[in-house]
Design a protein. Sequence first.
Length: 95
Amino acid sequence: MEELCFTRSDKALSFPIRNGIYIHNIEKDTFFSIEEGVGTALWENCDGSKLVKEVIIELMSEFKDCKYEDIKDDVFEFLNELKNEGLVELVIKIE
């Protein structure tokens, strides 16, 4: 069975700012900022240790009024944006 997780790219350097995280793609010399909240929680979990579905379940416990499918859609949209910017890489774990 295949499981998805994301890991930060070696090309991405991040550092905290007052209200979030600032990320520099050192290969493209582009910058990306993430506001404090769900986006920063996702970035911090992009270390390859947690499956995307585990992160979604954690977010559901924080945002009790949201449905699984809504959170899942938002998470994948955000992770795909980071991937397109070269900031994260998709990792497929086979179990």
